[in-house]
Design a protein around this ligand. Structure first.
Ligand code: TNX
Length: 533
């Protein structure tokens, strides 16, 4: 062997050995605590193992059960356009050996919505007992990736995931938002956008307040004037609108794919001027009132004594139940000041029976607690005093927590917020987050609580930007309150995680309220992913 040849062999071997010890193990470093620093709602447990996995052009998305194909497709659709990677989606009954995102169902996870996300240098595995848990694992993975993936435009960032094990599951099974589409109408695209945004934070219910004095927003085929007349206008007297049953079904399906159940509300027996204006026979005096464009509440009532009132409700609830796969129908029941207390109780008792007859359970605003509650009726706590909700607990009902001074997101953040009102006070981002569902009201304990819901009434809310401004970022705190045990939450830690969402909220083009009490921090991922520990 010529001396220069053996010398070059020597170098190759030396390089090879160095590479074996360093090239192979030198995975790009990303902070071990990324998951703890930025995921909302807060993860129950994170054990980092100090290395990373990179999603790249050779990554494949594989799933072990065909029930997971929609979730696998959802993930591929999220990442393909921004990365330009092929990301083939395939079914495979065992974990691939390298460069995978593997979705799998297992009996070893006991909670319905919980999941385990394990990242090794070879790939990411998400396991859950049900597809919903795997979907939540995917949302966690999404929040671990650079915020730029949310823009939908092609990105150049490296998609690194820190290695480690995340175990996560929610405290409450009902984590919701309500949108009033009656006072101002919001079309299908706006509702879908809201669904998309809620799903990022693992929310699972969207309650649509479909009817009120100012507008009837859902097609009822047996009572067509409800939308023809009652849906023709709104508080903004020039504009009306309603969902056809086909559009409603489309919203329901869109939400289902994101594991969000639509809870439709027909507000009864008050808040019914739009219905009363559409059909004179629903009025005790047989005279239809004019359509209403104001902001007053509590002046309208269906005629409690007329038989046709119950035929009307039976038809409406029947048609709605047939296109609503979720278990609940909301019957309103709030502020029925034009109905006598005796009539109110009589009416709510009958309405509950009608809903049950159509195979659904009732949710009602907390005044319904004055009625005889059926065993499966849910009381939604909203009023400033808790007596109604406590009466509900005493009658054995579960409570959905939406107290106005904390969760009415039509309330402004402060006196200079550009949209909203303040009858229940100003609600700062911290006020909406820093309280405990379980100690808020004497007489309502953890075992009485079904979950949490943040309503958005829209008397003064006209555009999607207005919705986003009032709801974000407060709704993210609500998502966390429903998910993370109260003992593991505190504002000082949360506000930092929230601040780390700045780039994501910007990339999603959300018109959020940039509270000065939150330490907003830009370029979280980019800065940290280049920083060695
Ligand atoms: C109370 S709370 C209402 C709504 C209003 C809202 C405005 C409740 C069940 N009813 O009719 O839109 O206040 O904040």
């Amino acid at each position: 062997m010529k001396p220069y040849l053996s010398l070059s062999y020597f170098f190759v071997i030396c390089f090879g050995l160095t590479c074996l010890t360093s090239c192979q193990t030198k995975r790009p470093a990303i902070p071990k605590d990324l998951a703890k620093q930025q995921v909302i709602p807060k993860l129950v447990s994170v054990i980092p193992t100090g290395s990373s996995y990179e999603i790249n052009n050779n990554t494949s998305i594989q799933y072990q059960s065909e029930k997971l194909q929609p979730v696998a497709d959802y993930l591929a659709k999220m990442l393909r356009p921004v990365t330009g990677f092929e990301l083939p989606v395939k079914m495979k009954d065992s974990k691939p050996s390298s460069n995978y995102i593997y979705l799998t169902l297992t009996d070893s996870i006991s909670t319905d919505e919980g999941y385990k996300l394990e990242t090794k240098e070879s790939g990411v595995e998400i396991k859950a007992s049900k597809p919903v848990g795997v979907f939540y694992g995917v949302q966690t993975l999404r929040q671990l990736l650079p915020a730029s993936i949310e823009t939908g435009a092609k990105i150049t960032d490296t998609l690194l995931v820190a290695t480690g094990v995340i175990k996560d599951n929610p405290t409450y099974g009902y984590r919701g938002a309500m949108l009033d589409v009656s006072r101002h109408f919001f079309g299908v695209e706006d509702v879908k956008r809201y669904i998309d945004l809620l799903s990022i934070y693992k929310m699972n219910r969207l309650h649509l307040h479909l009817t009120d004095d100012q507008g009837w927003r859902i097609e009822i085929k047996s009572w067509p004037k409800l939308t023809e007349i009652g849906g023709s206008t709104s508080i903004d007297s020039t504009k009306g609108g309603f969902y056809t049953q086909e559009q409603y079904k489309d919203i329901v399906k869109y939400a289902q794919k994101r594991f969000i159940t639509i809870v439709p509300e027909i507000d009864l027996p008050g808040h019914t001027n739009a219905a009363l204006a559409s059909y004179p026979e629903l009025n005790c005096d047989g005279v239809a009132p004019k359509l209403y464009h104001g902001t007053k509440v509590g002046f309208s009532s269906l005629c409690i004594d007329k038989e046709i009132t119950y035929k009307f409700i039976d038809d409406v609830i029947g048609e709605l139940a047939a296109i609503t796969p979720g278990e609940y129908i909301h019957i309103g029941g709030d502020e029925s000041h034009a109905t006598s207390p005796e009539d109110y109780v009589y009416f709510i008792d009958k309405a509950q029976e009608i809903v049950n007859k159509h195979g659904k359970k009732v949710i009602g605003w907390d005044e319904v607690a004055h009625a005889k509650l059926l065993p499966n009726t849910i009381v939604q706590f909203w009023s400033r005093k808790g007596e109604n909700a406590v009466e509900g607990v005493e009658k054995g009902a579960k409570i959905l927590m939406s107290p106005a001074p904390k969760l009415y997101f039509d309330m402004k953040y402060d006196s200079i917020t550009r949209v909203g009102q303040n009858w229940a006070g100003y609600i700062k981002v911290e006020d909406a987050y820093s309280w405990d569902l379980e100690t808020y009201q004497e007489g309502i304990a953890k075992e009485n609580i079904l979950g949490i819901e943040a309503p958005l009434w829209t008397e003064y809310v006209q555009t999607m930007d207005d919705i986003e401004h009032l709801v974000f970022p407060r709704i993210m705190g609500v998502a966390e309150m429903g998910w993370t045990p109260a003992s593991q939450r505190n504002w000082d830690e949360y506000k930092v995680r929230l601040g780390n969402h700045k780039d994501r909220l910007d990339a999603l083009d959300i018109d959020y309220y940039a509270s000065t009490f939150v330490p907003w921090r830009s370029k979280t991922n980019q800065e940290t992913s280049n920083t060695k520990e």
